[in-house]
Ligand binder design. Structure first.
Ligand code: ZN
Length: 162
């Protein structure tokens, strides 16, 4: 029987991610594929959906709209004072930071620029609003262990170690 992707399989993927212009924006590195637990929302929903039922060894092209990727863009980037960040904090564009509002709720945002006095923060993931074009090869598949299912992520080489 062919091994197919279903819930509670640990999947090893090699992937290339391109934008609408065909430019490569991300890819797995040779020898370090992506490991994820299928059905546990480890990856963007649109990709997980399209990987359902795919066989070991198969390569697919998956187009994922923003609503099933990193979401549409909401809100605007803004400049805030660098004083809001701890002294000596290493800040650079591309970092994800979690702040808190008055009620203590977590607000994740991304740093898109840093100057001496200000930091530009954006509530959007850098890939929000983008249609994602994936080329994905399923390198291997195995059943998840009970512990992995309980944790919601894969363990072992390429997965969580804790
Ligand atoms: Zn774990």
């Amino acid at each position: 029987m062919t091994n197919k992707i279903t819930a509670n399989k640990v999947v090893t993927l090699a992937y290339i991610l391109r934008d609408d212009e065909g430019e490569i924006i991300d890819r797995s590195r040779e020898g370090s594929p992506l490991l994820y637990l299928h059905g546990a929302m480890n990856i963007v929903p649109g990709l997980e959906e399209q990987l359902e039922g795919v066989c070991e060894g198969e390569t697919i092209q998956a187009e994922v709209p923003p609503e099933k990727g990193y979401g549409p863009r909401v809100g605007e980037a803004q400049d805030v004072s660098r004083d809001l960040f701890p002294d000596g904090a290493e800040l650079s564009a591309g970092m994800q930071v979690v702040g808190h509002d008055e009620e203590g709720r977590r607000i994740p945002f991304f740093i898109t620029g840093v100057s001496e006095a200000t930091v530009t923060i954006d509530p959007n993931h850098p890939l929000a609003g983008e249609t994602l074009h994936f080329e994905v090869t399923v390198q291997s598949l195995r059943d998840a262990t009970d512990e992995e299912i309980e944790h919601g992520h894969p363990h072992g080489p390429g997965g969580h170690s804790h």
